[in-house]
Design a protein around this ligand. Structure first.
Ligand code: NAP
Length: 481
């Protein structure tokens, strides 16, 4: 059985405490590898390596940093099949999804930031003829990068690529539930020739490793993606040390369908935005609102399409719905489906653990795509993040009413609006309190745009220029005339 060790100073090393955790394959419920159960001592060791590597890496010319990161992108693409399979086994997501989305997007992250650093500009300001100012952007030092299990390689690379591109060193902690692609990425970094200590990966639990990273005074920059409850703990640990923190947190995203929408496109888009990766994408539109005159038609056709999604072994090429990442997450999904019924909801589709997938997957964590109707907008099922294959559908009567519904939520990550009325699209987009508003689409990404959440979905923005600025310190140099 593979033992996933820490990657520190360019070497694969045992955790100081010698302990490992079982890494469970969600589709089978069985351990298929072991991952280092590290602690603060391993974080300390990684900090020593990152500190040693920083002076040379931060002074390495941008063109050379760019060349190394592009090499990593090339190697990710070369190993696409191997990485996609590892991601599918680790997370339970369909192999086809890992192959078409997660892994190519991870390569794009490296490629984007590797080339972005070749095109940056520094601002200059002349002050009333008495002085000349210029803005010097410098790397911040050792960065702490903490990521969740749902898109493990994609989200890890979304942080590692900009942090390293601008000259920082990094200590990254993937989720202990999905460490396999991080191991493969480290092997790629070695092959690419990334200098030792520039990237260090410490595996283990949030309370042991994550907390040690966020609390350490030598790590002045924290980029965290995960749940809102954990994000609060990260913020609390970082605040007294005045760390620079970016928090990308949970969502309960509205997906609004007006009667004037192209219904074929809206239904196809809504099926995807509801159930991609078994609904375990922070951007999934788990609250669907449909204008009353189109409601009945939409619900019938939506349910028909969803019932055709093929649930199965994630490694089967035809599978469209794989496994839920863990037993804990599966129990959470079941809890909310029970709660929804207590809150007056109707299970219009799904709602029960399937009898069997196949012999290999008989102990796996599966739950079918589930559609809930007849729930009040303000109930817990409609307000709390479930993070699974469960959506609610609610009718509305006016633009004003649905904007109120969309905003009546503590989260503000993303939303989708389906309409053919251009003025309405602009109007609604302006009034919805989410960091991203997709109009007649979902999950379209341009790496140049700011990405992040409003309200309890987070603070700070990642993506493009925002990420380059987050990972650098802007210093003003003022020269008297
Ligand atoms: P999570 O439980 O908050 O964990 C996220 C990461 O934080 C994991 O690596 C976790 O470690 C670590 N962690 C746990 N406790 C910690 C602590 N006290 N200090 C520092 N780190 C700690 O989230 P998850 O269940 O993995 O992921 C699902 C959540 O992520 C959902 O809420 C989803 O919406 C959100 N998400 C947001 C975005 C976005 O861009 N806004 C993207 C994807 C996912 P271990 O799990 O290994 O213990």
């Amino acid at each position: 059985m593979t033992r996933i060790r820490n990657f520190i100073d360019g070497q694969f090393v045992e955790p100081m405490g010698g302990k490992y955790l079982d890494n469970i394959e969600p589709a089978t419920g069985q351990p298929y590898s072991q991952v280092a159960d590290s602690d603060a001592r391993d974080v300390e060791r990684a900090i020593a390596a990152a500190e040693k590597a920083f002076p040379a890496w931060s002074k390495t010319p941008a063109a050379e940093r760019s060349r190394l990161l592009l090499r990593i992108a090339d190697l990710i693409e070369r190993d696409l099949e191997k990485l996609a399979r590892a991601e599918s086994i680790d997370t339970g997501k369909p192999l086809s999804l890992a192959r078409s989305l997660d892994i190519p997007r991870a390569a794009s992250n490296f490629r984007f930031f590797a080339t972005a650093i070749l095109h940056t500009e520094n601002e200059a300001h002349v002050t009333d003829g008495v002085a000349f100012n210029y803005t010097l952007r410098q790397p911040r030092g050792i960065t702490g990068l903490i990521s969740p299990w749902n898109l493990p390689l994609y989200l890890l690379s979304w942080k590692i690529a900009p942090a390293l591109a601008v000259g920082n060193t990094a200590i990254a902690k993937p989720s202990e539930l999905t460490p396999m692609t991080a191991l493969l990425l480290c092997e790629i970094c070695v092959e690419a020739g990334l200098p030792n200590g520039v990237l260090n990966i410490v595996h283990g639990t949030g309370p042991n490793v994550g907390a040690a990273i966020t609390a350490h005074p030598k790590i002045g920059t924290i980029s965290f993606t995960g749940g809102t409850v954990t994000g609060r703990k990260v913020a609390e640990a970082a605040a007294p040390l005045f760390k620079k923190v970016s928090l990308e947190l949970g969502g309960k995203n509205p997906n609004i369908v007006f009667a004037d929408a192209d219904l074929d496109a809206a239904i196809a888009g809504s099926v995807r935005s509801s159930f991609a990766n078994q609904g375990q994408v922070c951007l999934c539109g788990s609250r669907v609102f449909v204008e009353r005159s189109a409601y009945q038609n939409f619900v019938e056709r939506f349910i028909d399409k969803v019932s055709q999604l093929k649930q199965g072994d994630p490694l089967d090429e035809k599978t469209e719905q794989g496994a839920i990442v863990s037993k804990t997450q599966l129990d959470k999904v079941r809890f909310y489906v029970d709660l929804a019924q207590k809150e007056g909801g109707t299970v219009a589709l799904g709602g029960k653990v399937p009898d069997s997938i196949n012999e290999r997957c008989r102990d796996g964590y599966f739950f079918p795509p589930t559609v809930l109707t007849d729930l009040p907008v303000s109930c817990r099922t409609n307000r709390e993040e479930i993070f699974g294959p469960v959506v609610t559908i609610t009718p509305f009567d006016s633009e004003e009413e649905v904007i109120g519904y969309a905003n009546d939520c503590d989260y503000g990550l993303a939303s989708s609006v389906w309409t053919q009325n251009l003025s309405r699209a602009h109007r609604v987009a302006e009034k919805i309190h989410t960091g991203t508003v997709w109009v007649n689409c979902w999950l379209v990404r341009d790496l140049r745009v700011p990405f992040g959440g409003m309200k309890q979905s987070g603070v700070g923005r990642e993506g493009g220029e925002e990420a380059l600025r987050f990972f650098t310190e802007a210093k003003n140099v003022c020269i008297a005339k």
